[in-house]
Design a protein around this ligand. Structure first.
Ligand code: B12
Ligand code: SF4
Length: 650
């Protein structure tokens, strides 16, 4: 008898934006580790024929943040003969739960088998005594909810599903899987192409955290006892991913890599990959503020390829830290911590929460200034304190009967979902946005790039670009954002109207225009930042010297003199790739066009704003028309060089 087809859809749902449209981007930033984990478990199950010979399993992955999920086609697949469809809504966090619930209901109406798992279900049900009405409605509609991790139970669940024995609720919270020999998350090339850099991968080397921060859900779901994967298996996967997909950069998603008991073996394995096999892998990891004190941790991390750490700093106010149960954070040691990583050429990124009990508008301003001026991390991500289901904060807020926003879609640390004693009437959100603006101001970014090294210049620069674009142009948290927002006219939250084509496309056109204008402004600012901070190469320094000579003698030089200067500098470009050729072009003809060194485009900016002002005032005759083509050319040359450098940046 021919095997029946089982189509297993793993869908990572997105979130609705404030207008009710599903958030999707043309390109994402980080592929989902949960999708990769569950794909690996499924591939192993297929290899081991855990469901027997009667099922031919086909796996389909969708990440709604970058994919349009073909909902109608999936619904129709349930009607195909000799096949069964199972829908798994995976890695569902609290802010994605409303979207996941809407998708689940649609699929159930089409008669499909649907399961939901992830941190919302696991966290909520870990601490709250009763099943809440929204989850009960899903259970009543025949959706299965799964609480906990499934490395040891994935086969059992799918077997129950294909045999029609699926229970409404599975609780695996107490059996935390031993990860040591479990399949390593797998990546697919097709999926990676949907991200800005297709050489980025995600991987969890371990789970759990020994600390007890009250705003965090990790320990209540994944426990305080650390579990970890085998170093050899991790190295094997990294080698495989490099050879088959060209992945050279990882985000190790462990909440606290420094407490992964296997950190040293993992680092050693990475060092071997880098130094013996010449696999140029680099990574970023998340650590706690005490990590710098672990013997050899930072030096080995550096040798293993770590270029960036995310540190749970959360606040520079000791009273706030005490209120958050963050006993391990000692404010007086913060700058030593940052220095320790900086000395090993690892750039630092701190998580900073706004909305702790002792925060006021003024104290946050002071604290952010202290963070920038004294602690001096290379990056900061700000979050609004949110009582996430699964955290002690959520449990206590509920027990005290305090107000929490009823819409979980807003529980993304970028919206105000509880009341704050000192930050009222929109002040909380304004202070939060102000913190982003202040930290990513031109002057602070310039300061950071100047004190950084040549090695991490471009990674820092690109992160600035990403963060500024997310917060200022897209209006979203960078960790929930991608590049260039896409929307589907009909892909809207139930209860919101579906606009007519005309109304929809005219409003989209306005949005896109505003968006492009915002991006343009940021790019101009970043171009200036690049000009003021870039590290000139040896070749360029030589070119500048020649230029200086030319400028000094300008007017007395013949074209032949310029050409001989060009020849002298040419030797300093060992590889004549496109950007260098352009630079050579600039060296050859630039001095004729612009007889001064360009380290800023301030004069250009001033020129264009003058032109704009005269245009607006209709004083057209006062526009220096003869200088327009020259300045256009200069701007064009500069932008071209900037983009070429950006494109080559790693
Ligand atoms: C890495 C990470 C990120 C990365 C994402 C990287 C990526 N693309 O993979 C970044 C930095 C982008 C990020 C952003 C955010 N994150 Co985050 N993140 C994490 C972290 C540290 C690891 C995630 C992970 O890979 N876990 C390992 C996977 C395998 O675990 P899992 O998803 O739970 O899946 C297992 C089970 O749940 C189960 N399962 C999952 N789905 C399903 C489905 C079915 C059907 C079944 C049967 C089982 C099942 O099986 C899996 C294997 O056992 C977690 C904490 C943690 N330890 O998980 C926080 C965490 C998930 N993040 C959290 C939050 C709040 C956010 C942000 C809102 C913060 C912000 N403002 O930026 C955004 C939201 C982004 C978004 N739109 O998804 C919270 C969520 C809490 C909650 N109640 O929702 C967590 C738990 C951290 C915390 N402090 O509490 N995050
Ligand atoms: S916030 Fe960080 S340190 Fe605190 S419990 Fe969560 S993962 Fe651990």
């Amino acid at each position: 008898m021919a095997a029946k087809k089982l189509i297993l859809y793993l869908i990572k749902p997105s979130q609705y934006d404030d207008d009710g449209y599903v958030v999707r981007h043309w390109r994402g930033v980080l592929p989902s580790n949960t999708l990769a984990c569950l794909a690996a478990l499924t591939e192993e199950l297929i290899r081991q024929k855990r469901l027997g010979d009667s099922w031919d399993i086909r796996l389909r992955l969708y990440d709604e943040t970058v994919d349009r999920v073909p909902v109608s086609r999936i619904c129709r697949s349930g009607r195909w003969n000799h096949s069964m469809s199972i829908i798994c809504l995976v890695g569902v966090q609290t802010n994605q739960f409303p979207r996941a619930a809407d998708l689940a209901r649609t699929f159930r109406r089409a008669g499909l088998t649907v399961m939901i798992g992830g941190f919302h279900v696991s966290g909520y049900l870990a601490l709250m005594p009763e099943i809440p009405p929204d989850m009960q409605q899903l259970l009543d509609a025949g959706v299965t909810l799964v609480k906990g991790e499934v490395e040891e139970t994935w086969g059992e669940l799918l077997s129950d599903a294909v045999n029609g024995r699926l229970k409404p609720l599975y609780d695996f919270l107490q059996n935390k899987p031993n990860l040591y020999d479990k399949p390593i998350p797998v990546v697919r090339k097709k999926y990676l192409r949907k991200f800005v850099a297709s050489n980025f991968g995600t991987l969890d080397c371990g789970r759990g955290c020994p600390f007890e921060c009250t705003f965090c859900t990790v320990t209540n779901v994944q426990g305080r006892k650390m579990r970890f994967r085998s170093a050899e298996r991790i190295a094997e996967a990294i080698r495989h991913n490099y050879q088959t997909h060209g992945i050279t950069f990882y985000f190790f998603t462990d909440d606290n890599f420094a407490r992964n008991k296997n950190w040293e073996a993992i680092f050693d394995a990475l060092v071997r990959l880098r130094e013996e096999e010449q696999i140029p892998v680099t990574f970023m990891m998340q650590v706690d503020v005490l990590s710098w004190k672990i013997k050899n941790f930072i030096s080995k991390a550096h040798r293993a390829g770590c270029i960036n750490v995310f540190i749970g700093m959360e606040s520079v106010d000791p009273d706030n830290l005490a209120a958050a149960g963050k006993k391990q954070n000692h404010v007086q040691e913060y700058s030593q911590l940052i220095e320790a990583y900086r000395n090993s050429d690892i750039s630092t990124h701190v998580g900073y929460i706004i909305g702790f009990p002792h925060d006021t508008v003024d104290s946050v301003r002071r604290d952010v200034a202290h963070l920038m001026g004294d602690v001096r991390p290379d990056h900061a991500s700000f979050f609004m304190l949110t009582p996430l289901p699964g955290s002690l904060d959520h449990l206590m807020t509920a027990r005290r009967g305090e107000w929490m926003h009823p819409d979980f879609n807003l529980f993304d640390s970028h919206h105000e979902v509880t009341s704050h004693a000192h930050l009222k009437g929109g002040a909380w959100r304004e202070t939060y946005i102000e913190a982003w603006r202040t930290f990513y101001s031109f002057e602070n970014m310039k300061e950071i790039l100047r004190r950084g090294t040549r090695t991490n210049y471009w990674s820092n620069f690109l992160r600035f670009l990403w963060y500024k674009n997310s917060v200022m142009t897209e209006g979203r948290h960078p960790m929930m954002c991608g590049f260039f927002r896409l929307k589907g006219r009909k892909n809207r939250r139930p209860g919101y109207p579906i606009l007519s084509r005309w109304a929809y496309y005219t409003s989209r056109a306005k949005e896109i225009r505003a968006h492009l204008a915002g991006m343009f402004r940021i790019l101009i600012e970043m171009e200036e930042l690049w000009l003021q901070t870039r590290h000139p190469s040896e070749a360029e320094q030589r070119v500048v010297e020649e230029l200086a000579k030319i400028c000094a003698a300008y007017g007395r030089l013949s074209v032949a003199d310029l050409q001989s200067a060009f020849k002298r500098t040419k030797d300093y470009f060992p590889v004549l790739d496109v950007p260098s050729k352009l630079q050579l072009f600039w060296v050859k003809w630039g001095p004729l066009l612009v007889p001064n060194k360009v380290y800023t485009r301030a004069d250009l900016a001033q020129f264009w704003s003058g032109v704009k002002q005269r245009w607006v005032e209709r004083s057209w005759l006062r526009i220096p028309v003869h200088r327009v083509p020259l300045n256009l050319l200069r701007d064009f040359q500069l932008s071209l060089l900037f983009f070429l450098h950006l494109a080559r940046a790693k």
